[in-house]
Design a protein around this ligand. Structure first.
Ligand SMILES: [Zn+2]
Length: 242
């Protein structure tokens, strides 16, 4: 009897180790081979709205530090720009999202838009009726690269600024290569996220930084995915993060 208990204990121990080895605790990426053809020197993707003439009336954002705090009746373009600013502000990532111009034949001064490059670097966002989903993202692949990502969101998601940001931030995360880290609540990419989250959280930011790692002079800031089994941080100088 005792022998049986010991052997069962050993089996559970071995199974626990195996499960730990194969469990990724943290962000998840869709597929390492599925990448946009961008790099640190040329890091732009363009976000195109099917309908720019939408006003989002309600707003339940209660965080005074958020740029969209208490703003009501705002243009969908301005709300989308706040999502773009959030993604572009991720420290250690070279990725840069840009709004697709309202008129490609009449660009604003200082516009970074490049029509040829943009042909294969568009994230298109359109309203649609969806079954059992608030948003859907689907990527178009050409060879080894993503060349387009189409996001659909349902009509009721454009009623409230906070809801729109939450759904679009999640779906853009998929377009960028993030998957659902279902064992987490501290991630806007998780189905089980805390209800208070509507913008990228630390875990999501680590994922984007892993996929699009910026080189920072004299400091190895790249995020190394070690599945939690080791630590590879190497710093060569003292920096202050704000
Ligand atoms: Zn999702």
């Amino acid at each position: 009897m005792n022998m049986k208990i010991i052997s069962n204990y050993k089996i559970y121990k071995i199974l626990t180790v195996i499960i730990l080895l194969f469990t990724t605790l943290g962000f998840r990426v869709i597929d390492n081979e599925m990448r946009w053809k961008i790099n640190e020197e040329d890091p732009y993707l363009w976000i195109r709205l099917c309908d720019r003439n939408v006003t989002i009336e309600e707003n339940t954002i209660d965080d005074p530090s958020d740029s969209m705090f208490e703003k009501k009746n705002v243009s969908i373009v301005d709300v989308m720009q706040s999502i773009i600013d959030d993604a572009n502000g991720i420290f250690g990532s070279y990725l840069r999202l840009e709004m697709y111009p309202a008129d490609v034949n009449n660009l604003e001064t200082g516009s970074l838009f490049d029509a040829t490059k943009a042909e294969k670097r568009i994230i298109e966002i359109c309203e649609d009726s969806l079954f059992l989903a608030s948003g859907v993202a689907s990527s178009e692949i050409d060879g080894e690269n993503v060349v387009k990502c189409k996001i659909n969101f349902t009509q009721n998601n454009k009623q409230n600024v906070r809801t729109f940001i939450s759904v679009l931030t999640h779906e853009i995360g998929h377009c960028l290569g993030l998957h659902h880290p279902q064992e987490l609540v501290d991630s806007v990419m998780s189905y089980f996220k805390k209800p208070t989250f509507y913008r990228y959280q630390v875990d999501d930011k680590m994922g984007i930084r892993y996929l699009y790692p910026a080189t920072i002079k004299d400091l190895d800031q790249k995020e190394h995915n070690t599945s939690g089994l080791s630590c590879k941080f190497r710093g060569h100088q003292t920096i202050t993060l704000n």
